[in-house]
Design a protein around this ligand. Structure first.
Ligand SMILES: [Zn+2]
Length: 580
């Protein structure tokens, strides 16, 4: 009979009493295979009124008998089995009636305790962890089996027990057990003949704490020094697949807390937790072509992708159904990053991967979209080339830093947008890890600088400075492009070459307040246009008319008309004309 089987055999003439009601023998006893093997100790109390499995068992084995309900939910649902933990003991519970589940449970155990039938206990769901494996790859368990002394630990001086160098790995069974030289040893206790344990430790034993060793890798005396581990642990950020979060990181936390409790490290500021932050990167899904009729996965040679926007099945001529699925050989949807790199370069491939999805989301791999990245990189290179040309045509003039105190409005706008992009990109990289948005920020920054370069009101030097910042910001994502662009600028500037990677990361400087005010110009109470003027206009209003009439809008709305009054209210971005 399987463990899932709910068949039970009722024992004849054998009934039990509830210890809280010792004179009444009315509890039937069943023999059944369905009891969970590690739950209780062979004899468990069934509760068909409040447990789904017990309910099914009872319904099958005693279909005609009433199911007794003893706990009522706060809100009852007609006909539904109540299995919750926060109900109330109902009228059939005698002296416990009306108590909440928690209170009732406590009172009942108190009474059992008073009568010597039981006691309060904490229920641990943690089980022993069997660390031994019958595999070659793993750290050997440092125990020796001696016929006279039993199991004897290998003395500290002889640790660690290393795996033998050579072994017959192709044999069946545990290869370690077949290595006689490894197995036969002397008992550390009596010196007589003995044999080593041939099991190895679960590999989780090592992967649970390797990062501690990184803090002190050359230590020959200890697992790691207290000071080194305490100074560097916990790990700032752990990047791995979500499958790591289930077992490996659970064991890592367990071992790390154990090491802290043993005084091997301080335990840091997180009560012995080994990792400050976990990022689980998403999976890359591949473009999958399915036959429209059968759903069968189409092999590459069965696809007609002459028109990439309308792929078809060669066999049927019908459009193929496109989905993005976990890459698999049977779905013919794998992509080789090596091929993509050889076609588009490592920089474009890397930036494309980063750009396509937030790091923890599924990435639907579509190589055709890489053109967006390629266009952006081409723009960055072209911009660099044109700046190099400008360095030469301006005879180096654009290399002279301009005084940042006297920037034009457009220069200030450029300066401020560079600072805000530096802040956004730095934040994406250091804090929120939204790497995909940092790629959009690179693109925005590139376009801003290209527009600025075309403006006559922006000095070449500030454009060049902005470009240099862009290159430094790009360096971690597109190192080859950044290094090449950096080198060209240095060469054109007549400077000695240093790698872009020796440069420090740009830090956002304080935003500069524009010296100009964007005045809303009102004519007879109606807002007509915006005029950009200096703050001096508040003090010296005599210039207002001339300046405004020098603009196209000023000529259109004001010039040639009788002016009764001009008002520039202090501190407000308003100029008001009252015309006759
Ligand atoms: Zn011995």
């Amino acid at each position: 009979m399987t463990q899932d089987s709910k068949i039970g055999y009722k024992m004849k003439d054998f009934v039990l009493s509830n210890p809280l009601n010792p004179t009444r023998f009315d509890i039937p006893v069943f023999v059944a295979p369905y009891v969970i093997s590690d739950y209780g100790s062979g004899c468990v109390m069934g509760c068909p009124g409040h447990d789904e499995r017990d309910h099914e068992f009872w319904s099958l084995n005693a279909p005609k008998e009433e199911i007794k309900v003893v706990v009522s939910p706060k809100v009852s649902i007609e006909g539904a089995l109540f299995t919750g933990k926060d109900g109330f003991l109902n009228d059939s519970c005698g002296r416990f009636s009306g108590l909440s589940s928690a209170e009732g449970g406590k009172k009942i155990v108190d009474e059992l305790l008073a009568n010597g039938y039981g006691k309060h206990a904490v229920e641990w769901r943690i089980r022993d962890w069997l660390i031994s494996r019958q595999r070659f790859w793993g750290a050997p368990i440092p125990m020796v089996h001696c016929k006279s002394c039993g199991i004897v630990p290998v003395p500290d001086a002889d640790l660690p027990v290393l795996l033998p160098k050579t072994n017959n790995l192709s044999s069946s069974g545990n290869p370690l057990a077949l290595d006689k030289e490894f197995v036969h040893t002397k008992c550390p206790s009596c010196g007589g003949g003995a044999h080593r344990d041939t099991d190895t430790m679960d590999t989780f034993m090592d992967s649970s704490w390797y990062f501690f060793r990184y803090t002190d890798p050359k230590n020959q005396k200890e697992i790691f020094s207290y000071d080194a581990a305490s100074a560097l642990m916990p790990v700032d950020i752990y990047i791995g697949g979500v499958e790591h979060a289930i077992l490996h990181l659970l064991y890592a936390r367990f071992i790390s807390k154990f090491l802290a409790s043993q005084g091997l490290w301080s335990g840091g500021d997180l009560s012995g937790e080994p990792i400050r932050r976990l990022i689980t990167q998403g999976m890359v899904h591949g473009k999958t072509y399915n036959d429209a009729d059968t759903g069968r996965f189409l092999k590459p040679e069965e696809r007609d992708i002459n028109d990439p926007s309308n792929p078809k099945s060669i066999l049927t001529g019908k459009p193929a159904v496109i989905t993005y699925e976990k890459m698999s050989k049977s779905k013919y949807n794998g992509s080789d990053p090596g091929e993509c790199i050889s076609k588009h370069g490592a920089d474009a491939t890397r930036a494309h991967i980063i750009f396509q999805a937030p790091v923890s989301d599924v990435l639907s791999w579509d190589e055709s979209k890489i053109v967006g990245i390629e266009r952006w990189l081409a723009k960055v290179i072209a911009l660099g080339d044109s700046l190099c040309a400008e360095i030469i045509t301006s005879k180096g003039e654009i290399l002279t830093p301009i005084n940042k105190k006297h920037l034009t409005t457009e220069e200030l706008d450029l300066w401020n947008s560079i600072q805000s992009q530096i802040t956004l990109i730095t934040n994406s990289m250091e804090d929120v890890y939204s790497m995909n948005t940092s790629i959009s920020n690179y693109m925005i920054l590139t376009n801003t600088i290209i527009t600025a370069q075309k403006s006559r009101n922006i000095s070449g030097n500030i454009v060049l400075e902005s470009y240099e910042r862009l290159i430094k910001l790009m360096a971690p994502v597109t190192p080859s492009t950044a290094e090449e662009c950096w080198e060209k600028i240095l060469k054109s500037s007549g400077k000695e070459w240093t790698s872009v990677f020796t440069q420090s990361w740009p830090r956002a400087e304080k935003m500069r307040e524009s010296a100009d005010v964007k005045f809303n110009v009102f004519v007879n109470g109606k807002m007509k246009f915006v005029f950009s003027g200096t703050k001096e206009l508040y003090e010296d209003q005599s210039k207002v008319f001339d300046l405004i009439c020098a603009t196209e809008e000023g000529r259109k709305f004001i010039l040639g008309r009788a002016i009764k009054k001009v008002i520039v209210p202090p501190g407000r971005a308003v100029i008001s004309f009252v015309l006759g």
